[in-house]
Design a protein around this ligand. Structure first.
Ligand SMILES: NC(=O)c1ccc[n+]([C@@H]2O[C@H](COP(=O)([O-])OP(=O)(O)OC[C@H]3O[C@@H](n4cnc5c(N)ncnc54)[C@H](O)[C@@H]3O)[C@@H](O)[C@H]2O)c1
Length: 251
């Protein structure tokens, strides 16, 4: 019987692959036989990934997701140079200002968080859909957050963009439901990455205490679920925000 969970030789773009969750996902996908294109604005992080993975199945490309055209060019580069794009996992994200009340928000920072976390995710999905649609197959997965489902104090800009991302995949999932492309989000609670290392001890404990399993998640726990969501096996779920919160969210 065909192993529908196999993504061997599938070309999969991992955006935000230079650090944390994206780095782990890129590593894991290569280990299960996928052809991975890891992209990020952080060239150093991509070079470390390359050095660690050492595989002809890993390609890296420096791209700043603040530039729409560069995102479009990235998709074209993959199609021409690597092969037909089957999956996209978008892990690009920033926290922006944290630990502040709404009245202290710097609107320029809000705009930056919006552009990096949500606008670029929309542009990326549009460019991926364009090339996937004629082939009637594709998997798009956006890294959202529990913040987008429940909100987190002191993180309004971040939470708003993650809620927007969840609404985006719900809308797009319905738009493209009959296209062969599934469009989902993954909403983790706290995962041990450099992003979380930037929290204060107090902020980290506040968020950890909300997790019934009483621990922080490991990036590999994101990678294994993400690999399944972008596999042919995950064919009857679209427009959904998968939970990964150690029991914090039950929806
Ligand atoms: N770590 C967590 O606890 C957690 C929880 C829920 C959701 N998430 C989400 O998962 C994703 C990955 O988070 P992480 O913890 O691995 O963070 P991280 O900071 O380790 O990785 C984020 C990556 O995005 C890249 N990036 C930022 N701005 C960019 C830009 N303009 N262009 C291209 N790349 C850019 C960074 O260089 C970095 O490599 C993010 O979307 C984050 O919001 C993380």
């Amino acid at each position: 019987m065909t192993d529908l969970t196999s993504i061997k030789d599938h070309v999969i773009l991992v955006a935000g692959g230079a650090s944390g969750i994206g780095y782990e996902i890129a590593k894991y996908l290569v280990s299960v036989g996928a052809i991975v294109v890891a992209t990020d604005k952080n060239a150093e992080g991509l070079a470390s990934l390359d050095k660690e993975v050492q595989s002809k199945n890993l390609h890296t490309k420096v791209v700043d997701f603040l530039n729409d055209q560069d995102i479009a060019d990235l998709i074209q580069y993959i199609e021409v140079e690597i092969g037909p794009l089957k999956g996209v996992i978008n892990c690009v994200g920033i926290l922006g200002q944290r630990g502040i009340l709404s009245e202290e928000i710097d609107m320029e920072n809000f705009d930056l968080v919006y552009k990096v976390n949500l606008r670029s995710a929309l542009v990326l999905s549009i460019e991926a859909i364009k090339v996937m649609k004629p082939r009637k197959y594709g998997r798009i997965l956006q890294l959202a957050s529990i913040s987008g489902k429940e909100g987190n104090p002191g993180l309004v800009a971040y939470s708003v963009t993650k809620a927007g991302m969840i609404a985006m995949v719900k809308s797009q999932g319905k738009e493209y439901a009959e296209s062969g492309i599934t469009i989902n989000a993954l909403a983790p609670a706290l995962i041990a990455t450099p992003m979380v290392a930037s929290f204060t001890e107090e902020q980290r404990n506040f968020l950890k205490d909300k997790i019934p399993m009483n621990r922080i998640g490991d990036p590999i726990e994101v990678a294994t679920l993400a690999a399944w969501i972008v596999s042919p096996a995950c064919s009857f779920t679209t427009g959904f925000a998968f939970d990964l919160t150690g029991g914090r969210a039950t929806y």
